[in-house]
Design a protein around this ligand. Structure first.
Ligand SMILES: *Cc1c(COP(=O)(O)O)cnc(C)c1O
Length: 376
């Protein structure tokens, strides 16, 4: 059976974890957290990085930092994971759902002005599969209408937009190191603070609302509760795993890129009605957009019959039970709905072999030529 994804381990993870136990410092903010945080900061050229236990946590930390309140509106793409919206809904924000580009999962920035109001507090772009959202016009809108931009860079470590790392362009950027992402740490994540005016407060929010980090640095002799916060820091075992991964990030990206190019090569002669992903960014997964839902579902079945686990991806959030109940969402977002119905993810992980990719693509090609043609 060929699974959809599988984490890649460098071999150093277990050695570093043993060190954690030797050090007898298992909780957060120890030597490995410091090293991983610095390493990530350097890789993405960020002003300040806080490790968290997930991207979900990183987004929630950002929501606390910008003081989301019940009257606030937060615009998120409908085509994304629940966490992108949930972090802000938790603090009472009204979630406004935005449509995707006509033939791409990313947010259509050119349509945002229709959704922006005086209550808009933040917009959360998601760089789907590591392909960048058009950040320049989005940041121009943010300056004009005075809202925050929090990049959901869960897929996007190593990707860039006009020479800047994704996750460092908005006021904040949230990363994920979940098993299904290119860099893994178990449950792990990070928040990049790009607007430096938030750095001091972020230190408190990260550590249960206290100034304990100053205490850890021996800048104070005691620590106090100074603001609202939570426990966002990961344990040292997570940070140790992350360090091993970050040290191998170039090798990881190169190997993934090679698979990505192999897929593109094998599928280059698919009928024009199939849309292939672009080569921008470091791909977190390989997907194609099929000409119809029927063809996409037929492909999933055909691949499954040959023990290949291909899959759909997100269900549009504006149609979700929660959004229907709480945000009375009557939005019709035709592009996001089309992407939900037609997007197909193919197995994508480093330990796939060349033969696996050739085999998977031969099934896709055969189906697209014989069965899909009948359905077009
Ligand atoms: C995976 C994912 C998340 C959540 O990441 P966790 O680290 O599992 O919390 C958030 N947003 C997007 C777009 C994701 O794909």
């Amino acid at each position: 059976m060929i699974p959809l994804s599988k984490p890649y381990l460098t071999g150093n993870e277990i050695k570093y974890i043993e060190k954690v136990f030797e050090n007898k410092h298992l909780s957060g903010n120890g030597a490995f957290s410091l090293k991983s945080g610095e390493k990530l900061k350097k890789i993405i050229n960020s002003n300040k990085v806080f490790l968290t236990t997930s991207c979900t946590d990183a987004l929630e930390m950002a929501a606390i930092l910008i003081q989301i309140e019940p009257e606030d509106e937060v615009i998120v793409p409908s085509y994304t994971f629940s966490s992108t919206a949930n972090a802000f809904a938790l603090r009472g924000a009204k979630i406004i759902f935005a449509d995707s580009l006509p033939n791409h999962p990313n947010l259509d920035v050119s349509k945002l002005t229709l959704l922006i109001t005086k209550k808009t507090k933040a917009i959360i772009p998601v760089h789907y599969a590591g392909e960048p959202v058009d950040m320049d016009p989005l940041m121009a809108l943010a300056r004009k209408h005075n809202f925050y931009v929090i990049e959901d860079a869960a897929h996007a470590i190593g990707g860039s937009y006009k020479g800047k790392a994704l996750g460092t362009i908005g006021h904040f950027g949230a990363f994920s190191f979940h098993d299904t992402k290119p860099i893994v740490a178990g449950e792990g994540g990070a928040l990049s603070i790009n607007d430096t005016s938030f750095i001091e407060k972020a230190e408190y929010v990260h550590e249960k609302g206290t100034d304990r980090t100053k205490f850890t640095r021996k800048e104070t002799e005691k620590y106090d509760w100074v603001t609202k916060g939570s426990s966002f820091l990961p344990s040292e075992t997570i940070a140790a795993t992350l360090l091993a991964q970050l040290e191998a990030i170039e090798e990881i990206h190169l190997k993934r890129k090679a698979h990505f190019l192999h897929y593109l090569y094998e599928l280059k002669d698919l009928p024009k009605a199939f849309i292939l992903p672009s080569m921008e960014g470091n791909q977190s997964h390989f997907y194609i957009i099929c000409p119809s839902e029927k063809i996409r579902d037929g492909l999933i079945r055909n691949l499954k019959n040959k023990e290949v686990m291909a899959s759909f991806h997100y269900r549009c959030l504006h149609l979700s039970p929660f959004a229907q109940e709480h945000f009375n969402s009557t939005a019709h977002l035709p592009h996001a709905e089309k992407i939900e119905q037609r997007l197909l993810r193919l197995p994508f992980y480093i330990n796939l072999t060349e033969e696996d990719i050739t085999f998977i693509c031969s099934i896709v090609r055969l189906y697209s030529i014989i069965d899909a043609q009948k359905m077009l």
